[in-house]
Design a protein around this ligand. Structure first.
Ligand code: NAD
Ligand code: ZN
Ligand code: ZN
Length: 399
């Protein structure tokens, strides 16, 4: 089959690889109809996540049709359409019983690597380095899905791929980011990053009852989407200081909660950027926590900082004094996707949200290298790329 493989920093290529096989009785093989490129893939693309190997198949947001199943998978039939959550979860371990699905204790065969780096291991993740299991990802024609009797969600008739694909990751992730803010009526929520994850965090903050939502970014098309598709207020951090603006607009108190939807590759026009870039490039810090520092400093006393942007290792100049002295709560995690798939599917069915609003580009899998390039460089007003693995080459680059 064809798959999009990581070949090195800023180098992904479509390659012929062996078809996936059923290895365990709880596996299924999915023929992928739609898959997407995530901001988390960019951290791999830009070489910030260790333990990637040449030839690793990328992709953790995907859906498709069940074409083969192991004998213990009783809840799915050949031909079912399913969306596959990005964390691989057994459904019955200590963590899964507590709804902490991205911390499944049974799905990372390379737990020892993660334990060395982080103390304990999270769950395995599709297409996301050997630290989280070395599983082949879903930017491919087919994928093997372990624990398929637990994670994947059957798509009800009448829903298009574009409406449900993001249940695999970014819709639940944005939703969890907002849910962790414990939003009360009248709350103001500020969101750093108006990428796809930020858009869903903002939208979810409204769904959960926020009164004001303020999105922060520098790309006009992303700010426009936040205003027009989500109803948020926006600020361009290259024009206005987020700290000054948020201070003034909340009468000096600060937003009730701040969401970091940026993660380890944060940018800023100031001198801090050079400081963090240099430290990151010589591996003196692994992540640039610029948005995170700002989110902490902006948050009101006793408020919550919800971190859904991904961090890999160690950060510098972390204002922990501000967190401690001002009674802030920090909440974070890889999304516990399986906790949210069904309730969010219901919201889609009720018409409360159509997650397809973030898609700006749809293309054939063959064009994945181009998709990565424009998504990474924010070219061509690219906000979200969907790849179609079974499109005929003659219908490449839909838009
Ligand atoms: P993206 O790259 O499209 O979006 C990031 C946005 O942050 C960009 O629009 C960028 O301009 C903006 N940004 C950069 N520096 C900023 C700053 N200082 N202030 C404000 N905005 C700034 O990526 P995405 O797909 O939206 O993903 C965002 C983050 O969420 C990534 O770190 C990704 O790894 C993470 N993520 C986490 C989970 C999870 O389970 N926790 C799941 C999916 C994605
Ligand atoms: Zn992702
Ligand atoms: Zn488990």
């Amino acid at each position: 089959m064809k798959a999009n493989c990581w070949m090195g920093k800023k180098d992904v290529r479509i390659q012929d690889v062996p078809d996936p096989q059923i290895l365990n009785a709880r596996d299924v093989i999915v023929k992928i109809t739609s898959t997407a490129i995530c901001g988390s893939d960019l951290h791999l693309y830009n070489g910030f996540v260790p333990t990637m190997e040449k030839g690793d198949i990328l992709g953790h947001e995907f859906m498709g049709e069940v074409v083969e199943k192991g004998e213990d998978v009783k809840n799915l039939e050949i031909g079912d359409r399913v969306v596959v959550p990005f964390p691989i979860s057994c459904g019955s371990c200590f963590s899964c019983q507590r709804g902490l699905f991205s911390l499944c204790e049974n799905s990372n065969p390379n737990a020892w690597m993660a334990e060395k780096m982080w103390g304990h291991s999270p769950a395995g993740i599709f297409g996301y380095s050997h630290l989280t299991g070395g599983f082949a990802g879903g930017q491919a024609e087919y994928a093997r899905v372990p624990f398929a009797d637990f994670g994947p969600i059957k798509v009800p008739e009448g829903l298009r791929d574009e409406q449900v694909l993001f249940l695999s990751d970014i819709f639940p992730t944005g939703y969890m980011g907002a849910e962790m803010c414990n939003i009360q009526p009248g709350d103001t929520i500020a969101v750093w990053g108006c990428g796809p994850v930020g858009q869903f965090a903002m939208k979810s903050a409204f769904l959960l009852g926020a009164e004001r939502v303020i999105g922060i970014d520098r790309f006009p098309e992303r700010l426009k989407m936040a205003r027009e598709k989500v109803g948020a207020e926006t600020i361009n951090y290259e024009e206005v200081s987020p700290l000054d603006f948020l201070h003034e607009t909340t009468g000096g108190r600060g937003p009730d909660a701040c969401i970091d939807a940026v993660g380890m590759e944060s940018h800023t026009p100031g001198a801090v950027y050079a400081y963090d870039r240099i430290k990151q490039s010589v591996m003196a810090e692994s992540d640039r926590p610029i948005a995170l520092r700002e989110a902490i400093m902006a948050c009101r006393n006793g408020g919550t900082v919800s971190v859904i942007g991904v961090y890999g290792g160690f950060i510098d100049k972390f204002p922990f004094g501000s967190v401690m002295n001002r009674s802030l709560t920090i909440r974070t995690g890889q999304c516990h996707v399986q906790r949210y798939t069904r309730p969010l599917l219901e919201r889609i069915q009720k018409g409360e949200i159509d997650p397809g609003f973030v898609i700006t580009h749809t293309m054939a899998l063959d064009d994945a290298p181009y998709g990565y390039e424009i998504f990474n460089n924010k070219q061509d007003d690219c906000i979200k790329v969907v790849l179609k693995p079974h499109l005929s080459p003659s219908s490449r680059l839909l838009h």
